[in-house]
Structure formats: C-alpha cells, structure tokens
Design a protein around this ligand. Structure first.
Ligand SMILES: CC/C=C/C/C=C\C/C=C\C/C=C\CCC(=O)SCCNC(=O)CCNC(=O)[C@H](O)C(C)(C)COP(=O)(O)OP(=O)(O)OC[C@H]1O[C@@H](n2cnc3c(N)ncnc32)[C@H](O)[C@@H]1OP(=O)(O)O
Ligand SMILES: Cc1cc2nc3c(=O)[nH]c(=O)nc-3n(C[C@H](O)[C@H](O)[C@H](O)COP(=O)(O)OP(=O)(O)OC[C@H]3O[C@@H](n4cnc5c(N)ncnc54)[C@H](O)[C@@H]3O)c2cc1C
Length: 672
C-alpha cells in the first residue's frame, strides 16, 4: 500500500512498533473502507483534495479572531466545495454526495467546522427526502451545484426537543396562494441552525402550518432569506449569528426571525402532506412523522461519523503513547514507553475496538435504513418504528461512548493532550455537540424505550417480534441466565440484561398505575429505568452486530488479520461485560470466580494486542493533513512539532508584549 512518505525520519520507537506488527495492515484498511476498490477510490479522492496544499493554513485556525476564523473557513469551504463539485463527485457519483470519503477529506480543510457543513449535511438531504418531483427538479440541482446555500432551521430559542411545541407559524392565504411565515414570540426565534447566521441564502424551516383556520402541526418550507447578489437579508427577515460556543467556532450557527414573511405555496415541501391551491390540507397517506425523515437519516450517519472520530483520537493517542516515555519501572532501566502500561492499554485499545464496532454497525444500520426506504416506496411503513427505535438508541449510545473514549484519549496524552495543536480538544468539542444535537441522548433513549415497552407487551402476548427485539421472545420469561463464559454467552447475557430491565420497567409502570397513578405519571416516574433499559438494549444490539458482522467480513481474510480482528471484538465483549458486572450479577448466575477469570483474560488480551497497537491505528490510514495533530503524525516528531506550533502563537510575534509597558510596569512601580 502506498503510504504518504514522511518528510522526516520516523521516531525510532514508532519505527520499531511498525516492525512488531504481525498482520497485513493494508488488508485491515481494505476491510474498514469496505473493499480494496474503495480504498483505491478513497486515496484517489484524498490526493485530489489534499495534494495541492489548499487545505493548509499559514496561521493555525485557533490563533485567529472570531471574524478571521469564519472568513478563513468560508474561503476554504469555497475551495473545497469547488473541488467536490468539479472533481470529487465525478468519482463517487453525485448520489454519494454524503460519502464518508468526502467527509474525511473535509476534515483536512477544517480543524473545527465548515460553515457549509449543514448545506450538504442537512439542507440537501431534506430536499431529497421531502420534495415532490417538481420541487426536486427546481431546487436540488441548484443546491448540489452550490448556486444556493442552505441551512436547516428547525430548533427555536424555546424548543429543540419538543418539535410539536415549535411556535413559528406558516399561515396559508388562498387568495395570494402564499404562506405567511411569522415568529410570534421571542421564544419562536429560530436558533442554532448551522450556517444560517452569515453563510446561507436559503433555509428549510419547520413551522406550524395553518390553513382554513386550523393548525395541522409542523411542516417544512423552503425559504430564501437573502438576496443572491448582495447577500442582504430580505425585508421581513432578521438573521444573525448566535455567538461563541464550546466548539463549532469557525461556523456561523444562526438565529432567524420572520415578520409576516411571504413565500409561494410551492415552497411548502410537499412529498408527504400538501396544501391545495384552495387551502385544503391533504395529510400524508403513509405516516404522520415522515417530515422527521432528515433527522432519522442524520442519526443513521452519525454512527459512522463516531467511528471516524474515535479512530482519529485513537491514532493520535496511540502513536503518542509509543513515542512518550515516562517513569522508571526499575532503577537504572530506561523509562518505558507509556503504551507499555496496561492502564494506558485499557484506556486506548477499547477505542480501536469501538471504532470497528461502530463502523460495522453503521454499515448494517445503513442497509436497514435502505431496506425501510424501499419498503416505504412501496407504501409499507411497518418497518419505520423499528428503524426509529434503532437509529435513536444507536445515535445516543454511539455519540455518548465516542465522547467518553475521546476524553480518555486526551487523558492518555497527559498535558500535551490539552493543547489545541494535538487536535484532541477539537475532536472532543465536535463530538460533545453530537450527543445533544439531532436529538438529545436521554430523549432519544426514551423514544427507543417506548418501542421496547410495546415489544415486551407483544412478546408477553405470544406475538413474534421483529429481528432486533426477537430476543424478547426467547428471554421474556427467563429469570436468571446460566452464565456461559463464551463470546456467544456474553452476548446472550446482554440480551437477558436488556430483557430483564425492560420487564422491570413494564412492571414498575403497571405497579404504579395499579396504585392509582395515571399512565403518563407512571411512565414519568419510571424514566430513569427506561433510559437504562434502552441503553441495555442498544448494548445488546451493538455487541451482537459487531460480533456477527466481524465474523462475516473476515471470512476470506488471512489468518493473521482474522486473529487480530477477532481479538478486538473479544476485547469489546469483555470490556463491556466487566463494565456491567452489576447487571451481570443481577441477571445471570455469574460468580465472583467467573468475573475474576474474565478480568484475567481481559488483561492477557491487552498484552496480546500490544505489539499490534500502532499497526492497528496505521490501518485507519488517516493522513497527517486529516489528523492535524502535533502528537499523532505518522513520523512521531512529537516534541519538534510542539515547539514548531508554540512558535506560531501570535504572542510570540514580538519579544515584549505592549501590555508590559501599559499595565505591568506601572503596577511594578506603584504608578497604576
Ligand atoms: C457532508 C456532511 C457530513 C457530515 C456528517 C456530520 C455531521 C452531521 C450533520 C449535521 C448535523 C449537524 C447539526 C445538527 C442539526 C440539528 O440538530 S437539527 C434539529 C434536530 N432536532 C431533533 O432531533 C429534535 C429531537 N426531537 C424529536 O425528534 C421529536 O420531537 C421526538 C421524537 C422527541 C418527539 O416527537 P413528537 O412529535 O412529540 O412525537 P411523539 O408524540 O413523542 O411520538 C409520536 C409517535 O411518533 C414516533 N416518532 C417520533 N419521531 C419519529 C421519527 N423520526 N420516525 C418515526 N416515528 C417517530 C414516536 O416514537 C411515537 O410513536 P408511538 O408509536 O410510540 O406513538
Ligand atoms: C452545535 C449544535 C448545532 C446545532 N445545529 C442545529 C441545526 O442546524 N438546526 C437545528 O434546527 N437545530 C440545531 N441544533 C439544536 C439541537 O438539535 C438541539 O439543541 C437538540 O435537539 C436538543 O434540544 P434542546 O436544546 O431543546 O434541549 P432540551 O430539550 O431543552 O434539553 C435540556 C435537558 O432537558 C432534558 N429533556 C428535555 N426533554 C425531555 C424529556 N421529554 N424527558 C426527559 N428529559 C428531557 C434533556 O435530556 C436535557 O438534559 C444544534 C445544536 C448544537 C449544540
């Protein structure tokens, strides 16, 4: 495999690690990419995007002012967008505009975030999912060609989670065949939409639809908010940026207020529900929640996004841990590489395994999503609730796990991990937002819990359940599972934990209603348990999917690759079994002796994986331009890079900062 040759000598410790690796790295890269041809395609696209240096910044993004950072990000977005439009989409095919390969190369341009991210990320998918064929013909080519730039304006100052509580109104006027968009209260300001503040000239707006004097709930509208030539906000539109936040600092999350702003009837996105010229409302024939489709789509894609982010953080932390030496183990012996500490391996090897677990699960989820879309095309929406439950819990758990693993990667890099030049803080703050946006963690797990409670009741009634909850048919009446110390045994025990927790929720709700509480209060009182049950279900799905997909995907692999992929999956199973010993003790016959044995085997596995650690992160094949890290580059020149980056600090532009003469010296002389 062609590796981008480092310009400098590779750090000797890192070079030695690469000699230790006992499997074919390229084979694992091909597995991650989804096949050899996909690796070739990815590398071709990366060469187009990155070889001309257009992604590089002279001054690090973080050293710029807010305005400069935004302006620089727009500049790079345009260069990048142009490359995507003219060269990269030709290779992937225009239908793959959301390809992970494009996503990966975008990261080389933006350490933080592109102000255009939501254009391709949500605006375009909404047009694809919510437009009639005529609307698609009108809007989609312009959006894909970037003649118009869009945002997704759903959340308001007062409501993000509870979509039915949104206050923006779209009132239909049949005489003029127009909708009037209005923000009636301060809490109805649209708030948060990425790219809305300064970049977008269009946006998709979620608003309460009124026609013939009646409210029909939230619907989507496409709205032009700025003049295409001058970029000035149109009359009736107040738009701006919401201010600095934890991350997302090179983008322009926006606010938007409508003052009786008129749009043509054709601007309601009418694939599912519509308003006729005379004002008659025709509701979706299929399902009431199809306007939420973009959210489901993004939740599905976020699982792979989390895999990518963990793989970046793991690459940085593991390469750094191979270079970094700290603390004598025995007097007069060299300090060990910190990667030799089992505690460090415990923090980091799970990250490699999780990146694989999420990647394989995301492919499986994507196929499930495509199958549901195909069903819906034929008018069958029966599979939608299961997809909604699945995408909700996988989005919640994958973003939450990614966040804590990335934090562990930062801890694993000690003080240097706190430097922005390590890139770990950027990765962390990006992923922190994913736990909240596109549906908050708790809220989404409660959506899954609704589905699980219904499924449990169906199992109780002897009905056959769909695939992801079919374990409830087998385990509904099981009390404590007989512990079986095999991989399949661990997976089964997680299904029993999930079934037990769901059963306990059903019982709590029933006990509470039997004692006089109404159903809503009984549900509310049980929500802490319900969140736990949905998380347990998600763990069972993740463990089962990772294990079975790993076995399938490595069927034709070489023995060494099979072995290391198998070791990672076993590590994942053991890690989670040990994390959940309380649940295992409650729901299975596992003994202290069994758990001690599991712990011993886990520690041995860390040692077995140790020689392959650097090889495993090299297999993610993340170019230095994408990693943006002083600690994680391929050559391991950690200390040299830290010094080079320090010299880029604007505070080092002159030997004495003016504040000394203005403030410090007068203070020292008592003249302030
Ligand atoms: C190149 C690009 C690459 C980049 C990739 C990287 C990044 C990603 C890109 C973009 C992301 C960036 C920024 C984020 C943008 C946003 O955050 S947009 C805003 C997102 N907002 C939310 O997610 C809000 C969350 N809230 C909800 O989803 C819903 O309000 C709710 C589900 C919590 C509740 O909805 P309600 O309307 O109140 O419904 P309900 O009464 O509770 O439920 C009624 C029944 O409907 C079912 N249901 C709910 N949602 C769905 C759905 N989506 N699909 C199918 N069914 C659904 C629900 O389960 C109920 O069913 P019952 O059978 O139990 O009655
Ligand atoms: C970086 C970023 C980018 C974003 N981009 C966009 C965008 O482009 N477009 C857009 O429309 N929106 C965007 N959002 C908004 C985002 O989708 C919402 O913030 C998110 O859905 C959470 O909603 P909320 O802010 O109303 O939180 P809230 O719902 O107010 O949550 C606050 C707390 O209340 C809890 N809570 C709320 N409801 C319940 C419940 N029913 N049961 C139990 N607990 C509950 C939550 O768990 C949480 O702990 C973005 C947000 C961020 C942070």
């Amino acid at each position: 495999m062609k590796i981008n040759k480092p310009k400098h000598d590779v750090n000797p410790d890192l070079a030695k690690e690469r000699l230790k690796c006992n499997f074919n790295i390229e084979e694992v890269t091909n597995i991650i990419d989804g096949g050899k041809d996909k690796t070739v395609q990815r590398k071709k696209i990366e060469d187009i995007a990155l070889n001309n240096g257009a992604s590089l910044d002279e001054v690090p993004e973080e050293c710029l002012s807010i305005k400069e950072r935004y302006e620089n990000a727009v500049r790079k977005s345009c260069v990048y967008g142009n490359l995507v439009r003219n060269e990269m989409l030709e290779i992937t095919g225009i239908e793959n505009f959301e390809s992970p390969v494009l996503r990966r190369t975008a990261d080389a341009f933006f350490k933080d975030i592109s102000p255009f991210m939501l254009h391709l990320g949500m605006f375009v998918p909404t047009l694809i999912g919510q437009c009639t064929p005529e609307q698609t013909a009108e809007w989609l080519p312009k959006a894909l060609d970037m003649q118009i730039i869009g945002a997704y304006a759903q959340t308001e100052l007062g409501h993000g989670t509870f979509i039915r509580g949104l206050e923006t109104t779209a009132t239909y006027n049949p005489e003029k065949e127009e909708f009037v968009l209005h923000s009636p209260t301060i809490t109805s300001y649209k708030w948060w939409a990425g790219g809305l503040g300064k970049t977008a000239n269009h946006c998709v707006v979620m608003a309460q639809l009124y026609t013939q004097g009646k409210c029909h709930g939230t619907h989507l509208f496409i709205v032009k908010i700025r003049d295409l030539d001058t970029h000035m906000p149109l009359p009736g539109i107040t738009v701006g940026e919401i201010g600095p936040r934890m991350g997302f600092s090179s983008a322009d999350n926006g606010f938007l207020r409508f003052d009786h702003f008129r749009i043509p009837r054709e601007n309601m996105l009418m694939k599912h529900a519509k308003v006729e010229k005379d004002g008659v409302y025709v509701k979706s024939a299929k399902h009431g929640k199809l306007t939420y489709g973009t959210m489901v789509f993004i939740r599905v894609t976020l699982v792979s996004e989390m895999s990518f982010n963990i793989s970046k953080a793991a690459t940085i932390a593991i390469r750094y841990s191979a270079v970094r030496r700290q603390t004598e183990l025995r007097p007069n012996e060299p300090e060990p590489q910190i990667l030799d500490y089992p505690t460090q391996q415990h923090k980091l090897f799970i990250c490699i395994a999780t990146a694989h677990a999420f990647q394989l699960t995301s492919c499986w989820l994507w196929n499930t999503f495509q199958a549901v879309l195909a069903d819906m095309k034929k008018g069958n929406v029966d599979t939608l609730p299961e997809l909604h439950a699945l995408s909700s819990c996988l989005k919640a758990v994958s973003t939450s796990d990614a966040l804590s693993h990335i934090e562990q990667c930062r801890f694993a890099c000690g003080g240097h991990g706190y430097m922005l030049s390590s890139n770990l803080p950027f990765i962390y703050s990006f992923v922190a937002a994913t736990r909240t946006y596109e549906g908050d963690y708790t809220v989404l797990l409660l959506q899954t819990a609704r589905f699980l409670v219904k499924a449990s009741e169906q199992a109780e009634a002897g009905k056959k359940l769909t695939q992801t909850v079919s374990y409830l048919n087998r385990t509904a009446n099981a009390d404590r599972l007989n512990w079986d110390n095999t991989h399949e045994g661990i997976i089964k025990s997680f299904q029993v934990i999930a079934a037990g927790k769901i059963g306990q929720c059903v019982k709590s709700i029933r006990d509470r209603t039997a004692s006089g509480m109404d159903y809503e209060d009984a549900w509310l009182m049980t929500t802490v348990q319900l969140v736990g049950a949905a998380e347990a279900h998600c763990r069972a799905v993740l463990l089962n999917t990772y294990w079975s997909e790993m076995r399938k995907i490595t069927e034709a692999s070489s023995a060494d690759v099979k072995k290391v992929m198998h070791q990672l999956a076993v590590l994942y199973l053991m890690y989670w079994a040990l994390e959940k010993t309380g649940d295992l003790l409650k729901y299975s016959s596992v003994s202290k002796k069994d758990l001690d044995e599991l712990q011993r085997r886990y520690e041995e596995l860390l040692a077995e994986l140790r020689p392959n650690a650097v090889g495993l992160v090299d297999a993610f094949d993340l170019r230095d331009e994408i990693l943006h890290s002083s600690l994680g580059s391929y050559d391991g020149r950690v200390y040299e890079r830290l010094i080079e980056e320090a010299h880029k600090s604007p505070l080092n532009d002159e030997p004495v900062n003016q504040s000394f003469h203005k403030y410090t010296k007068p203070l020292m002389l008592g003249k302030l």
